[in-house]
Design a protein around this ligand. Structure first.
Ligand code: MG
Length: 288
């Protein structure tokens, strides 16, 4: 199933998207202000899937929002998690980083307020703040059943579904500070969508992640290339920290980011970044 948050006739609603992505059927949720989150919480608590008797609407007649317009807390993100991407940034982001990359994943967060929808504009922060804005196409895991100290054997039982995230990054700011959160959390720096696909419909461990800038192919990876796979990420992040329904884990980006090009190429006003993940759909945003 595919669950979307959208605005129709001035009202935020949650709906079930048809398998072809052409229509969305509004669901009767008591609290649509939080997007798909109440549905995830109810499902984690054992509630049946919601039903709807309302008429389906064409997706192009509604305004899609991020499926989780304001996630309940910071988004978990993983750095350097595709083998090919780790290689391309050896001379820049990871220069002088002698930690064993195979031991533990790099985990940082983005603030929830930077989430925007498919089709929304990403606002460049201005040259006084950053001149190195980059894209990162990523498969994002949405947690269903929460838990702490989750073992990798049962980790996939905690996955509600998947969506797409563009982990937009200010490279100069990312590298200026000891922690990455600032360079990853500028306003509008987390396009998310177009919807959440449930885990029974998509095998996130075997899918393809692609990205284009102004129509030119930049990234093309498969999640089989993850250094730390999804069960390992859930196991690691839940060590001593409770995960909650609706938590988001952005799993890292494949090779082909702007920083990795020779010479590096960063985003400018007017650029359009389009991300596709097989089994989910397309997330497209213009930078202004
Ligand atoms: Mg990333």
């Amino acid at each position: 199933m595919r669950f979307a948050t959208f605005v129709h006739q001035g009202q935020r609603q949650v709906g079930l998207v048809s398998p072809d992505g052409q229509t969305v059927t509004p669901l009767d949720l008591a609290d649509a202000q939080r997007g798909v989150l109440p549905l995830i919480e109810a499902h984690a608590a054992g509630a049946p899937w919601p039903v709807s008797t309302r008429a389906a609407l064409p997706v192009n007649s509604v305004r899609l929002e991020a499926p989780l317009p304001l996630p309940r807390r910071n988004l978990w993100c993983v750095g350097r998690n595709y083998h090919e991407h780790a290689k391309e940034l050896q001379g820049s982001v990871f220069k002088g980083n002698n930690a064993n990359p195979a031991a533990w994943p790099i985990v940082f967060t983005k603030v929830p307020e930077c989430v925007i929808a498919n089709g929304d504009e990403v606002r460049l922060p201005g040259e006084a703040v950053s001149v190195q804005i980059d894209y990162e196409a990523e498969l994002a895991v949405v947690i269903g059943q929460g838990g702490k100290n989750i073992g990798r054997e049962s980790a996939m039982d905690h996955v509600f579904g998947y969506t797409i995230v563009n982990d937009v990054t200010a490279r100069d700011v990312q590298m200026r500070h000891q922690q990455w959160d600032m360079g990853k959390s500028f306003d509008t720096f987390c396009p998310m969508g177009p919807w959440i696909v449930t885990a029974d419909e998509l095998d996130g461990q075997h899918t393809r992640v692609r990205c284009w800038v102004n129509g030119a192919a930049r990234q093309d990876g498969r999640t089989e290339d993850l250094i730390f796979d999804i069960p390992t990420l859930i196991e690691t992040i839940s060590r001593g920290i409770t995960l909650y329904p609706g938590d988001v884990i952005a799993t890292g980006t494949p090779a082909g980011v702007g920083m990795g090009l020779n010479p590096p190429s960063f985003l400018k006003s007017g650029d359009v970044v389009r991300i596709e993940i097989d089994g989910i759909g397309t997330l497209e945003n213009q930078f202004v």
